[in-house]
Design a binder for this molecule. Structure first.
Ligand SMILES: C[S@@+](CC[C@H](N)C(=O)[O-])C[C@H]1O[C@@H](n2cnc3c(N)ncnc32)[C@H](O)[C@@H]1O
Length: 258
């Protein structure tokens, strides 16, 4: 399907540099190698190669959700796609599930969860800061065109919402997830999964201690996801010189009956 005004577009130059833009009639993309009017991209198919005003090639791609998340101008620190993907698999976020998430932050993980549960599911995302919530709403709209009907952005603390939502999954990217361990044990659906993402070891220790002390969780695991990109160019096939340093740890526990 051709690009339309209002949707995001990822331009990639000959060196693999990527530029994210929101297509708007009458606007121009400007960079160090010239100018490309948005009107030339609107109506063209993704994959079309354009010449900039200085004759440099730019290919227009529809951004993958992962491209959009790492390139979107964010407010709160966004969760990297490698970690969001691991949460989807380890917390088994499946179509039609009800997920309670916090904090919304920039909405990066919210978008991944929204896709994973699909329109038959439900994502309730809580955020205690109004500025972060407003930015997340803009960023989610920038990708999907609007906040999807199955995504609800709520203001306030996640701990206060668990009972009302009674989710299948609780997924937290907040500094003190241990406050949600008991409320999640009391109000998640049977077979529920609690997952959290934390940047430091003391935080992981504290949440693991809370999960064990509750005696309502089993299969408690912590992982760190390390992705090593490779250069594959002619006979130069080797790990890249740079890789993403530390991001965070993912801890998951599965709910059992009382
Ligand atoms: C690191 S950001 C989350 C980023 C998000 N996962 C993303 O991918 O864009 C953490 C957010 O949690 C919010 N927060 C912290 N504690 C909270 C709580 N108890 N309930 C709701 N939001 C909370 C903060 O205001 C902040 O916006």
């Amino acid at each position: 399907m051709a690009f339309a005004a209002g949707e995001p577009c990822l331009l990639m130059d000959g060196k693999g540099r990527k530029y994210l833009l929101a297509l708007e009639a009458g606007q121009e993309f400007q960079y160090h190698r010239g100018v490309l009017p948005h009107d030339r991209i609107i109506g063209a198919n993704p994959g079309t190669v354009f010449d900039s005003s200085l004759g440099s090639k730019l290919v227009a791609l529809r951004p993958r959700l992962a491209d959009y998340i790492v390139k979107m101008g964010r407010g709160a620190t966004v969760m990297y796609p490698k970690d969001a993907a691991a949460i989807v698999s380890r917390a088994d976020i499946a179509p039609a599930a009800t997920v309670l998430e916090a904090g919304t932050g920039s909405g990066g993980l919210t978008m991944v969860l929204a896709r994973a549960v699909g329109p038959q599911g439900r994502v309730v995302s809580c955020e205690r800061r109004d500025d972060h919530a407003a930015r997340a709403r803009e960023l989610i709209t920038g990708f999907f065109g609007s906040v999807p009907d199955h995504v609800e952005l709520r203001a306030g603390d996640v701990e206060d919402e668990i009972a009302a939502v009674a989710p299948d999954r609780v997924v937290l990217d907040v500094p003190e997830p241990w406050h949600s361990v008991e409320p999640a044990a009391a109000h998640m659906q049977p077979d529920g999964i609690f997952a959290c993402y934390l940047p430091t070891v003391p935080q992981v220790e504290e949440v693991a201690r809370a999960l064990r002390a509750s005696k309502r969780y089993v299969d408690i695991e912590t992982v760190e996801i390390i992705v090593r990109p490779w250069v594959v160019e002619g006979r130069s096939v080797r790990p890249a010189h740079r890789m993403q340093g530390h991001t965070g740890f993912i801890t998951v526990g599965r709910l059992v009956a009382r």
